[in-house]
Design a protein around this ligand. Structure first.
Ligand code: NOJ
Length: 971
């Protein structure tokens, strides 16, 4: 976010200087590159790349200066401890780096390296800094919530020069730790899958005092001095200046780096958030590649560009590497600024790899500015194994409020409470379903959160009551910056209690954001969380009520006058940790504080919080949804949203969406329409727009657009039981809600880079929303020989490979894969709350072998009672012409009570697609149930409907269709 271009200042400037007309011109797409550092402008990034270049140039004779002292090694119950010695000069002087390698019961392994001198506090800080001396060691307590039990079966076998640990399921994993130079190879079933320090790029910048000496100079035409080439370039060790801000770096150079190689793997995914393809690109230049590493440094990037490794608002340093039938992963647990280089080279160790069909090694190089070296290794072998193991550590996705996975209507801003009520009435009038209307920053009194503008929102409770009549909700924005204003009770308390982030001198840090001069609540401080909790109580946040939920924006944090639009790195958080150490997790701590606060709004009220966050880190998935920030109303931004959401999903954070319609600019009606169709497949589905854009509520588009948009919205609502079931699955095993091909078909190489179509949960629904201007069809890729049917007209497609699917503006390319059953609720309603007791429709999509399977998960969509068994979980199975519903729930204390509330909810219709040709006409099944069969016609498959099958959703039942093959049309 660039101060001079942000709307409030833009408005002021416009009013003061320009004619009104200029203000209406939408900003053009161009990121302010100069506001953000490139690798070359980032000391530790440049140093570590130089180190890698040097190693590459020296070639085989380059030797990593890190070795394990064999005598230091000790093994105890799944854990290997010892010391790495780093040789730092020609005289052989060394630095001691304690290492712990843990082998976890889950089959994951973890390598942690610290620096003894810093650990013991035996270093001196410059500039009389108050900062902590240790490498930051608290990220684990914020991120990891389980899965750390050590393996009882792992076995170590020491040898000359190396030690081997066998671990994992049936001991099929091995870690071969080589002592000198230090490296670890991780193998599965005897084959190496992940290599640490294989290229010798491990680099832990040890503490050293600053010795004043002349800076190295480079004259034109001359080579850089040797120390610059080897990464020992002192010019970036100490204070660094960028864009007029100087970082005092009181601890000097302290970066950590490691190369991680995936032998034989040619695809890597994850490490969101970046706008680019699902399958990550190479980053060391060359045609089609990026020139800079992927950067993770949460930032408010104004008008971000496409296909770029530039940092965005959130970061999850978790990567999956994939090749045919094998997936492995790494999780780099570090909250400081991080960059990741990726190169792909022909497999080095395989003599067969030189010819046709040869495989790649993907070589990655990770570097963070400070903190511990802490990396988890997952050996798969399937994408699902990886996601599950990662989720056991960082938590699975929150089971959200059910309303929050329907449609949200937002803009910056709904201007008054009357405006909100008017939009609400119009959505009802036009029969457009929506669940939530949102208020952006303008609802507040002068950007003071927890207040309402008395002129424009005089009656928030009246507004909330109207929304509640349709079981609709309101989301209000609350940002982390607190206006510095005399008499504003929140800022008074914040400063009096000393709960704000400090500057390097230890005073409350003051910066500039929406309210003008502001302080930032320091959510690393447990006392700040306790205080934050009090602010959301209904009695404290006057004008809020049970149907109010929260949006946390600007939590990177965005600071308009800070370096790279964020906080100075030498700011201090609770415990005197430097902001540098914790930057990437800052947004999550704010999200977490709000989550805790919503849990304590009222004594005895225990409802699932819903909070949208812009900034995030590994673990944020436990707290709510994220969105991809300030995108543009353009086709390329629409197209980019899917790879971004897919990458987020495989990095464990699937509750993701993008602003429907595009935040900046005014979408043409066909773009808006296509975006609503696409958004119907975002796990988080919200229309949002910048304050300078024209109003674009769906009823304003006019026909045919409004009608088409309404149908897209209704599709989302009809499929709500299916989406909710997918969210349930994500909450128990981490599987993404929308899933890329490689995830579902790990053997199908043609699908590994596909990111413009995806599966919805495990339902077999395969969607390929149109994201290109004027397209009337799409090429859809089918990964197997199963039967696929068009969702809307049952046209049959089959045969692995590409198929052209016609897609005029009113059509979403959506196929149903044979072999699945999914639930719907087909009655159009104003909101999801009103659908709660509506009957179900079951869609049975028969596969090649005439079988199908599916699931349904239902609970109250609001409380935590599901944890005590208050839910329905069933499988539906169709085989041998019998459809059966079976309970797979585990009974708990509240099961019976919940089932009682649901006892009358029926299955009102069953649709069978792809029925045998022998099923014809209208017939009556056993028990008097009527079925109407439709024969195949041209490309359209045969299908049937059973109306009123007379079965309830809470019950076990079976419907036998066997009589049908004999009974012909009797009418
Ligand atoms: C930036 C957010 O990304 C955007 O969605 C929001 O409308 C503005 N802040 C104003 O709050």
């Amino acid at each position: 976010m660039h101060l001079s271009l942000k709307p409030s200042s833009q408005w002021t400037a416009c009013v003061a200087l320009l004619s009104g007309l200029t203000c209406l011109i939408a900003p053009t797409a161009a990121v302010k590159y100069e506001n953000f550092k490139t690798c070359d402008q980032t000391g530790f990034c440049k140093r570590n790349r130089a180190y890698a270049d040097h190693a590459g140039q020296v070639g085989a004779s380059f030797e990593s200066p890190y070795r394990i002292e064999p005598d230091s090694l000790s093994w105890e119950q799944g854990q290997l401890r010892g010391t790495i010695l780093k040789t730092i000069d020609a005289a052989g002087e060394t630095v001691r780096l304690p290492i712990t390698i843990s082998f976890l019961e889950s089959g994951s392994a973890r390598v942690v390296v610290d620096e003894e001198k810093r650990q013991k506090g035996e270093i001196e800080l410059r500039h009389d800094s108050m900062a902590r001396k240790e490498r930051y060691n608290e990220v684990e307590s914020l991120v990891i919530i389980g899965g750390l039990s050590l393996s009882l079966t792992a076995k170590e076998e020491r040898d000359v020069g190396k030690t081997t640990v066998k671990y994992g399921p049936n001991g099929k994993f091995a870690a071969i730790v080589k002592f000198s130079p230090f490296s670890i190879d991780f193998a599965r079933d005897g084959a190496t899958q992940v290599k640490l320090n294989d290229r010798g790029l491990l680099n832990m910048e040890h503490w050293r005092p600053k010795i004043e000496k002349a800076e190295p100079e480079q004259k034109e035409g001359e080579e850089l001095p040797a120390e610059v080439q080897t990464g020992e370039d002192e010019s970036t060790w100490w204070d660094e200046t960028f864009g007029g801000n100087t970082d005092s770096k009181p601890r000097g150079p302290e970066s950590i780096a490691l190369d991680i190689t995936f032998p034989g793997y040619d695809h890597v995914y994850g490490i969101p958030e970046h706008a680019g393809p699902l399958s990550l690109k190479q980053t060391r230049g060359g045609s089609g590649n990026h020139a800079d590493p992927y950067r993770l440094y949460n930032a408010d990037v104004f008008e971000y560009i496409m296909d770029s490794p530039m940092t965005l608002y959130g970061s999850i340093p978790f990567m999956q590497a994939h090749k045919k039938d094998s997936t492995v992963g790494v999780f780099w647990l570090n909250a400081a600024e991080t960059w990741i280089d990726i190169i792909k080279e022909k497999e080095a160790h395989n003599p067969l790899s030189l010819g046709l069909g040869s495989k790649m090694d993907t070589k990655t190089h990770w570097f963070s500015e400070s903190g511990l070296l802490d990396v988890f290794i997952f050996l798969g072998p399937t994408p699902k194994d990886i996601t599950k193991a990662y989720g056991e550590l960082t938590g699975f996705s929150q089971l959200p409020q059910e309303f929050s996975i329907t449609y949200h209507q937002c803009r910056w801003n709904y201007n008054t409470d009357e405006d909100v009520k008017d939009v609400d009435r119009k959505m009802t009038k036009y029969q457009i379903p929506y669940d939530v209307i949102w208020l952006d920053i303008e609802y507040t009194d002068d950007k003071k959160y927890f207040t309402w503008d008395p002129l424009t929102f005089p009656d928030p409770i009246g507004m909330l009551k109207q929304l509640d009549e349709s079981e609709r909700k309101l989301v209000a924005i609350i940002d982390p910056h607190i206006k510095k204003k005399d008499g504003y009770h929140i800022v008074d308390e914040l400063t009096k209690k000393d709960l704000a982030v400090h500057n390097k001198e230890g005073n409350a840090y003051e910066g500039w954001c929406w309210p003008g001069s502001s302080y930032w609540v320091d959510c690393f401080n447990p006392a700040a969380i306790e205080w934050w909790k009090t602010l959301f109580q209904y009695t404290a946040f006057k004008g809020s009520a049970e149907n109010v939920f929260i949006w946390n924006d600007m939590n990177e944090p965005s600071v308009f006058n800070g370096p790279e639009t964020t906080m100075p790195k030498d700011n201090l958080h609770h415990g005197n940790w430097e902001h540098r150490d914790v930057h990437n997790i800052n947004g999550m701590t704010f999200h977490n504080a709000t989550y805790q606060a919503l849990l304590s709004r009222k004594k005895g009220e225990l409802r699932r919080p819903f909070i949208l966050t812009r900034s995030y880190y590994a673990g944020s998935q436990r707290l709510g949804a994220m969105w991809t920030g300030d995108n543009q109303a353009s086709w390329d931004h629409l197209a980019a949203s899917f790879p971004m959401i897919l990458n987020n999903g495989i990095a464990g954070y699937p509750f993701a969406g993008a602003d429907v319609g595009g935040f900046f600019g005014n979408p043409e009606k066909d773009l808006l329409t296509r975006w609503y169709q696409a958004g119907a497949f975002y796990p988080f589905y919200r229309g949002h727009a910048h304050i300078d854009t024209r109003r674009r509520e769906p009823y304003l588009a006019g026909e045919p657009y409004t009608g088409i948009i309404t149908r897209a919205l209704r599709l989302r609502y009809a499929l709500l039981p299916t989406w909710y079931t997918a969210f349930h699955q994500a909450s128990v095993d981490g599987t993404p809600i929308i899933r890329p091909h490689y995830f579902e078909y790990p053997s199908d190489e043609q699908g590994f880079a596909v990111d413009d179509q995806f599966f919805v949960g495990s339902t077999g629904l395969l969607a390929h929303p149109v994201v290109t201007e004027g397209a009337e069809s799409v090429e859809m890729y089918l990964p197997d020989d199963e039967l696929y049917f068009d969702y809307f007209d049952y046209t049959l497609y089959s045969g692995k490979g590409k198929h052209t699917i016609s897609a005029p503006l009113d059509k979403i390319p959506l196929l149903m894969q044979g072999g699945h059953i999914f639930p719907r609720k087909d009655r159009p309603r104003r909101s999801s709350g009103l659908m709660r007791f509506d009957p179900y429709t079951l869609v049975i999509v028969l596969g090649k072998v005439g079988m199908a399977k599916g699931e349904l998960y239902v609970d109250d969509g609001d409380s935590f009672e599901y944890e005590q068994g208050a839910y329905i979980h069933r499988t539906f199975e169709f085989s041998n012409n019998v459809l059966e519903s079976k309970n797979i729930a585990t009974k708990g204390k509240l099961t019976d009570k919940f089932l009682k509330t649901m006892k009358d909810v029926a299955v009102e219709r069953i649709i069978l697609v792809g029925i045998p040709a022998s099923w014809t006409g209208k017939s009556t099944l056993k028990g008097g149930v009527e079925i109407e069969c439709h024969a195949a016609e041209g490309p359209t498959a045969a299908w049937a409907t059973v109306k009123k099958p007379g079965v309830k959703v809470v019950e076990d039942w079976r419907i036998d269709f066997n009589s049908l093959s004999h009974v012909r049309d009797e009418i």
